[in-house]
Design a protein around this ligand. Structure first.
Ligand SMILES: Nc1nc2c(ncn2[C@@H]2O[C@H](COP(=O)(O)OP(=O)(O)O[C@H]3O[C@H](CO)[C@@H](O)[C@H](O)[C@@H]3O)[C@@H](O)[C@H]2O)c(=O)[nH]1
Length: 255
């Protein structure tokens, strides 16, 4: 496990909300929360957006919130609507709750929480609107156990989106990032079309079109040890069609 970077005060006290969408992550959430709360970031709060997971993730999250009432909030959503819808809901609530910075990350420990202080430091010491924890910049790594077909899919998706949308990011499908609240408000979550995983690409595209600087810092991406990916054929089809929808819908967007 990497050691978290020590941030200078007052950065340490930044009001950072980490939004975690969950669907059947009961086996992962307690470890993720433990690692997040161990970070040297006393202003960090966690918002779990659960889609009524059949495995009881919502109840696990409620118990964690009872143990840490000032650090954890749980949003119980009616049913499985997709990663993108859970993020639109969760990020909107984080902004309404006064977050200055909003992080997104998977619940399955693929994204190392200990990288967050370094990512926040990169955001605060630059003009960037968002910092991505990137697998594909120099220094970034993929777990050796991440299946070959997932590597191929990820590489192909990056090439496909880059070709169609011309967004200059190495890890276009990344799900680990920290945003400035102002950048998120400027983008406007009501513009977001994606229901599923294409949310990640759509947010990068909107940020780029609106002139926000996107910075990538290297991370190591771990293969999940518990549970399974929720990627489905429907989310893959949505992801394949989304670049065309984005080009049509957002070609001339303004602030
Ligand atoms: N609330 C909710 N959460 C969801 C849903 N679908 C997925 N999630 C949650 O979203 C996170 C990512 O889902 P995974 O299924 O674990 O994603 P992956 O295939 O392993 O990872 C790929 O997609 C990610 C999307 O963020 C990428 O971050 C990652 O880099 C990778 O490319 C997990 O916390 C998962 O529980 C949903 O319908 N609703």
């Amino acid at each position: 496990m990497i050691e978290p970077v020590q941030l200078p005060s007052p950065w340490r006290d930044a009001r950072l909300t980490v939004v975690v969408p969950t669907y059947n992550e009961a086996g992962n959430l307690p470890a993720l929360v433990g690692r997040l709360l161990a970070l040297p970031l006393p202003g960090l709060r966690i918002l779990v957006a659960d889609d009524n997971s059949p495995d009881g993730t919502g109840e696990v999250a409620d118990k964690l919130a009872i143990e840490h009432p000032d650090r954890i909030e749980v949003v119980h959503r009616a049913g499985k609507e997709g990663l993108g819808r859970a993020y639109v809901d969760g990020i909107g609530r984080a902004l309404d709750g006064g977050a200055e910075y909003v992080a997104q990350m998977d619940a399955d420990l693929s994204h190392p929480p200990e990288a967050l202080p370094g990512m926040l430091g990169a955001l605060l010491s630059t003009q960037a609107g968002v910092v991505i924890g990137s697998r594909y910049v120099p220094g970034g790594e993929l777990d050796e156990n991440w299946p070959l077909y997932r590597r191929a899919l990820s590489g192909w998706a990056n090439l496909y989106v880059h070709t169609l949308l011309r967004v200059r990011i190495r890890d276009l499908t990344a799900g680990f990032k920290i945003w400035r609240a102002d950048a998120l408000r400027d983008i406007g979550l009501d513009r977001v079309q994606s229901n599923g995983y294409s949310f990640q690409v759509e947010m990068h595209y909107l940020a780029t079109k609106l002139g926000h600087t996107i910075l990538e810092v290297p991370i190591r991406f771990e293969e999940r040890r518990d549970g399974e990916s929720k990627m489905t054929t429907a989310t893959k089809i949505e992801s394949a069609l989304m670049p065309f929808r984005l080009r049509n819908k957002h070609r001339n967007i303004t602030h």
